[in-house]
Design a protein around this ligand. Structure first.
Ligand code: IFM
Length: 476
């Protein structure tokens, strides 16, 4: 038995500039906020100075991508390379993306370009908390689309804006490392505004191209059947998943932002007349990144026996500042397995995500723009990387995506994260997500077993029977 995907389903892989390019100080690139942050607080001292050296090895990397046979290749441009001072175009930086786009087209690959993937130029005072950054993004988007609009058919404006704003400006877990809810709300709004301005640039300069944005989506699961936990999970869903989808698809913020006094006040200070219309500029698709579900309880119920019974006995509560003041606490649920990132693998969350979005927002065209598994991935004595766990994980998630299509979701394609091993932000180089292994000492590339498996799926447009059932029990 196989699971066949719809005709024209887009198979792809994804990467991002800062995570693979390296060449941090070359050809006029200026630092992004991640350069300094990792230097100060990074994992094992890993930084983006060399990364996978893709800036110099892009031709070989694209040859490998072409040999994979998944026709779409998602990558991002580095704003700090294209406009190092935030204002002036750096011809050498822009040239790199010209070469990359041409190289993709020459190899029969479809460029899917993310304008911004977390690596804000360090030069911007106030970062995304400042409206000026969104206005500068409009210039950057204009430059990219003016130069590449005739050759890039698929554009993504901004990646994972909810995580970047709340983790970077409230949780202090990403740069710029702030712990301030007002700043997080301002950052979220300005990133949404940047998205809307990016859509305008595509419409102006890249006629016929499609444009959307990429948002991280984590279905929420109540920690028990108690109505307070169910309500807390719903609140978290509206606060996180809908924080991006609702403004973009409906032109309004969801209720925790409109009704919670702190959020409503913070929004009132930054939203100007016309912003929501800009944010709701019609898009051609929504990109969703899926890695995990969030297990949620009402904060006052963390001591309830049924909640304690569902908890991972070794796990802590995840007391997140950005949810605490809406009465929500995230728990680590019991799980037989966990990914390196600490996430419980739950393939069914993929199906839930796609059906929830369809139920809540109608039949919007969706791409899964990221999904993948971090592993340590050792090279075996035979020189092979036999990443059977990644194959099982991806198979389960694709089966779940297929189930969502059968149930009516308009899923147009799937981009595996990632094409090649890369710098996993604060978790460093040890968390390998790639279909291609990178030996960072030699920069040697070796396709993993999952590369061949994914090539087969993409070529056939169908999935062999998943190796294990879709219940999240794969040993990781
Ligand atoms: O590596 C990241 C990527 O940059 C954004 N989405 C999640 C991935 C895995 O954590």
């Amino acid at each position: 038995m196989t699971l066949r995907f719809p005709e024209g389903f887009v198979w792809g892989t994804a990467t991002a500039a800062f995570q693979i390019e390296g060449a941090a100080a070359e050809d006029g690139r200026a630092p992004s906020i991640w350069d300094g942050y990792l230097r100060e607080r990074g994992y094992r001292g890993d930084d983006g100075d060399i990364a996978a050296d893709h800036y110099h090895r892009w031709e070989g990397d694209l040859d490998l991508a072409a040999s994979l046979g998944a026709p779409a290749y998602r990558f991002s441009a580095s704003w700090s390379r294209v406009m190092p001072d935030g204002r002036t175009v750096n011809a050498l930086g822009l040239d790199f993306y010209r070469r990359l786009v041409d190289g993709l087209l020459e190899r029969g690959l479809t460029p899917a370009l993310t304008m911004y993937h977390m690596d804000l130029p360090a030069v911007f005072e106030g970062g995304w908390a400042s409206r000026e950054t969104a206005l500068r993004f409009a210039d950057y988007a204009h430059t990219l689309t003016e130069e590449l609009g005739d050759r890039v058919p698929m554009w993504m404006t901004v990646n994972e804006l909810y995580y970047e704003s709340w983790l970077g400006y409230c949780e202090g877990a990403f740069p710029p490392g702030h712990r301030d809810r007002d700043l997080a709300v301002a950052a979220l709004h300005h990133m949404l505004l940047a998205h809307g301005l990016g859509v305008e640039a595509v419409r102006r300069n890249a006629r016929g191209a499609e444009v959307g944005l990429v948002t991280g989506y984590a279905p929420t699961v109540p920690g028990s059947a108690h109505p307070d936990d169910v309500a807390a999970a719903r609140r978290t869903h509206r606060h996180s998943n809908c924080a991006v989808l609702e403004p973009v698809l409906r032109g309004s913020y969801p209720e925790p932002y409109r009704t919670h006094p702190m959020r409503a006040d913070a929004l009132e200070r930054v939203v100007r007349v016309g912003d929501l219309e800009t944010i709701a500029n019609p898009v051609d698709f929504i990109g969703l990144n899926y890695y995990f579900q969030r297990h949620i309880v009402a904060s006052e119920r963390t001591g309830a026996p049924e909640v304690a019974a569902a908890m991972d006995p070794l796990g802590d509560w995840l007391v997140l500042d950005h949810l605490h003041d809406i009465g929500v606490t995230e728990m680590r649920p019991k799980s037989d397995t966990r990914t390196m990132a600490g996430w419980k693998p739950e393939a069914d969350g993929m199906r839930r995500m796609l059906t929830e979005v369809t139920d809540e927002y109608g039949q919007v065209p969706i791409f899964v723009t990221e999904n993948g598994l971090p592993l340590p991935d050792y090279v075996g004595p035979d020189g092979r990387i036999n990443d059977v766990e990644r194959i099982a994980y991806t198979g389960e998630h694709l089966a779940a995506a297929h189930a969502a299509i059968q149930a009516g979701a308009w899923l147009r394609g799937y981009f595996h994260w990632s094409f090649m091993d890369n710098l996993e932000w604060t978790s460093g180089y040890g968390h390998r997500f790639g279909l291609v292994h990178v030996d960072y000492a030699t920069q040697r590339r070796t396709p993993k077993a999952s590369f061949d498996w994914y090539a087969g799926v993409a070529a056939a447009n169908e999935l062999p029977v998943p190796a294990v059932p879709v219940d999240g029990t794969t040993p990781i």
